[in-house]
Design a protein around this ligand. Sequence first.
Ligand code: FAD
Ligand code: DHB
Length: 385
Amino acid sequence: VRTQVGIIGAGPAGLLLSHLLHLEGIDSVVLEARSRVYVERRVRAGVVEQPSADLLREVGLADRMDKEGLPHHGFSLRFDREDHRIPLTELTGSAITVYGQQEIVKDLIQARLAAGGDIRFEVSDVAVHDVETDRPRITFDGGELECDVIAGCDGFHGVSRGTIPVAVLKTFQQDYPFAWLGLLAKAEPSHEELIYTSHERGFALHSMRSPEVTRLYLQVDPDERIEDWSDDRVWDELHLRLETDDGFELNEGPVIEKGITPMRGFVAEPMRYGRLFLAGDAAHIVPPTGAKGMNLAIADVLVLSRALAALLHKGETELVESYSDTCLRRVWRAQGFSNHMTTMLHRAPGAEDYQHRLQLSQLRYTATSSAAATSLAENYVGLPF
Ligand code: FAD
Ligand code: DHB
């Protein structure tokens, strides 16, 4: 089979790239290892930053998001048993939309299939060949794709990144000494907005998916096993960390999903090798505290779609050559912001009291200085593309 762009991975990066290329009149085939049901049910991100939401609207993908997504104009920093609201819209003019990543994935799959797009699920043994030529190929169980270019959108554990020679690829990594336990519960949110909590027992986050569904996260040790966290134990810990002096009540409800995710920062440079382009988690990971992972994936593929349109329609290589540098500027800003949010809000095991005092000072400064709050807010709502 021949296609212009062979895309590996049907996450937000691969699916949105396929849609953007279609709008440019460029055809693609998406190869996904998992089933459609699996990718549509995978619970992950929930915060869509302003530039991402605007892009989804511009390219006709926001009908359901605008109906069911929840616009948020601020969030709370909770520390010392008290809330300090960061008024995002007042400070920046922008807002975020709370809308589940799997809903975006569903909307994207539906849009691609309605437009006659080619997405192949449950494809195994994907391998990349000849990316140093202008006829790269992808082979997979029972087939082969001949392409003009290949987009590696296959996430952190995909195959694409590993095909770039080690002499070319430089990687940067930051491991954090904690993980996030995520809980999805059929319970009315306990507050209208997100609450990022710093507590001596560790970080906790109150988020939501709808007026009936609450999303909660707890900092846990990286070697914790989910089997050791009964629902009761999770709720008890959430109550302890989220308690305030003004009587905050955490609503409980039946648990729909529960899991533990490690936390790391990771960047691979460059994001292009010959005719192989990496985008999204395949090239970089941020700790989730800043809610940037999916938004970075969206930003990457916007840049990539423009570069590929110039290459494939006009033979121009300038945007292709600047693809990696353009993306990496935003990636490193998001790394910095995510690291800042993570460091400010989590308790590192064994950290000195000195560190705790610094954290508290940073939180108080952010809560009381409009300069500090504005800096946090403009990163959180998303810097312009
Ligand atoms: P993925 O979504 O990982 O998609 C990659 C796809 O490639 C997958 O479908 C995978 O099955 C497929 N694949 C892998 N290997 C192969 C192969 N060999 N062959 C074929 N297909 C393959 N981000 C935010 O912006 N905001 C948030 O609030 C947020 N919260 C998060 C909370 C949690 C608990 C987690 C885990 C992540 C969070 N993120 C958040 C990060 C966000 O989910 C990711 O950054 C996002 O999924 C990246 O999209 P992607 O398309 O690059 O990769
Ligand atoms: C959610 C995830 C995040 O990483 C975050 O910072 C805020 C919200 C969420 O899943 O709702």
